[in-house]
Design a protein around this ligand. Sequence first.
Ligand code: SF4
Length: 130
Amino acid sequence: MADEELSSTIILTSTSELESEIKKIEEEIKTHEQFDIDSQKKVLEELERVKKSISWLKIAESQGMWKSKTCRHGISGSCDAWNVSDPIKLGIPEDAVNTNQDGSKRVSINKFYSICITCPLYEANRINQT
Ligand code: SF4
């Protein structure tokens, strides 16, 4: 499959990165003298909403992990369905891409299971199911 079809399935930021960014912002707001109490309250409420969205992202991540373990295209920890010609453009970490002898580039789903979250090519591996 081509890179263009794959790009819409990739989440570039991890939930733990987002959570630590939010924590930093919260601390900054609490110590910032220019914010009055009402403004602080509004921004902190906004951050609470963002935190709720992160819990949905965590669910998506766990789905990605599960799919990476159960998809029939996952062969020895690598996705056999996508050939990514330009992983950097797609936001796939370089250390999660293996180049085969024929030049094809496959994604290590052990290292980057986010690729599986919304992948349209998922097919359950019937052999592994009981
Ligand atoms: S879900 Fe998609 S990206 Fe993941 S192993 Fe299957 S085909 Fe590859």
